[in-house]
Design a protein around this ligand. Structure first.
Ligand SMILES: NC(=O)c1ccc[n+]([C@@H]2O[C@H](COP(=O)([O-])OP(=O)(O)OC[C@H]3O[C@@H](n4cnc5c(N)ncnc54)[C@H](OP(=O)(O)O)[C@@H]3O)[C@@H](O)[C@H]2O)c1
Length: 282
């Protein structure tokens, strides 16, 4: 079998897989048979995806980096702590950058990126929550847009059907501020994922907390009882009990789907995140 590529700067021959390894995806490919030589030529436009994961060392961010590596997407993480202390083969395949999003050298971080994923967010005082859920993401969206990055994916949160006085906390107002920044700067490519409780194995100070021991069974239980709980869903705050948890891998693969599918943009609910993950896993 012989390979040739129809763009001048692309690599010819089996060197491609050796040089780029799994970091290439094939946007369009055609196969033609050469009747004289009996060889088959594969003609392909090679599209390399390169994702910058803000907070790639965190719980969700590391799952995104791992899923990216597994799907041949090049991953670069930016977080203050940089490379995680544990070792794993996927960890070696990620580029780990140390830095604070508020003082980042964006030229260095975003060079060559085709998408940015932000997992920045968290709890604390009102001021801290506004800063990390809202302002940090606004800074990142602005930098990505100015740099010409075509896609921005934000990990936000389900609103839990909470009464408005609770939604006015810094956590939720920060999230909504970040969401509107993504959707206004990226109206035709921005992605906002709104998961509820995310389960998986969370690493804290070298220990693994198996949130999946609770999250997995709870997700299945809520799915099985959905028909009974649906009538209660209009009650304020009811989703605190009934919104299904989602696995961290589903969130990560939904991100991969968002990176690779140009028709995937807008706001995505818990159910839609699961559907998107299923598509990316194929
Ligand atoms: N976990 C859940 O159940 C859940 C549910 C719904 C939504 N979410 C949302 O999902 C997102 C990810 O959550 P998570 O649980 O993965 O959080 P996490 O484990 O705390 O990860 C946050 C990441 O952001 C990085 N970070 C924080 N401040 C930063 C800064 N100033 N500059 C650069 N990096 C910074 C952290 O690394 P450093 O500290 O080393 O910088 C860490 O890598 C958050 O937005 C959260 O609100 C989570």
């Amino acid at each position: 079998m012989k390979f040739e590529y129809n763009q001048e700067n692309n690599i010819v021959g089996e060197q491609l897989s050796a040089w780029f390894g799994v970091k290439c995806s094939y946007a369009e490919a055609g196969v033609k048979e050469d009747s004289n030589s009996g060889t088959i030529d594969v003609v392909a436009d090679v599209k390399t995806e390169r994702v910058v994961v803000l907070g790639g060392s965190g719980f969700v961010g590391s799952a995104v980096c791992k899923a990216a590596v597994s799907k041949g997407v090049e991953a670069i993480s930016l977080s203050r702590s940089g490379r995680p202390s544990y070792s794993s083969s996927w960890v070696d395949q990620v580029t780990w950058m140390s830095g604070d999003v508020f003082y980042a050298n964006w030229d260095e971080v975003l060079a060559g990126a085709t998408a940015v994923v932000s997992t920045l967010g968290g709890f604390g005082s009102e001021e801290q929550m506004q800063r990390i859920n809202g302002e940090a993401n606004v800074v990142a969206v602005t930098a990505a847009k100015d740099f010409g990055i075509p896609k921005f994916i934000l990990i936000s949160v389900h609103d839990y059907n909470l009464p408005s006085f609770l939604l006015s906390s810094g956590y939720f107002t920060g999230k909504r501020k970040a969401e509107s920044e993504v959707l206004s700067k990226y109206p035709t490519s921005g992605v906002v994922l709104r998961p509820g409780f995310i389960y998986g194995k969370r690493r804290v100070d070298g220990f693994e907390i198996p949130l999946d021991l609770i999250g997995g069974p709870l997700e299945r239980f809520l799915q099985a009882t959905e028909n009974f709980t649906k009538p209660l869903s209009s009650l304020p705050g009811s989703d605190l009990l009934f919104a299904p948890p989602i696995s961290v891998d589903d969130v990560a693969f939904a991100v991969i789907n968002a990176i690779t599918d140009d028709d995937f943009f807008g706001i995505f609910t818990i159910e839609q995140i699961k559907e998107a993950a299923a598509k990316a896993r194929v």
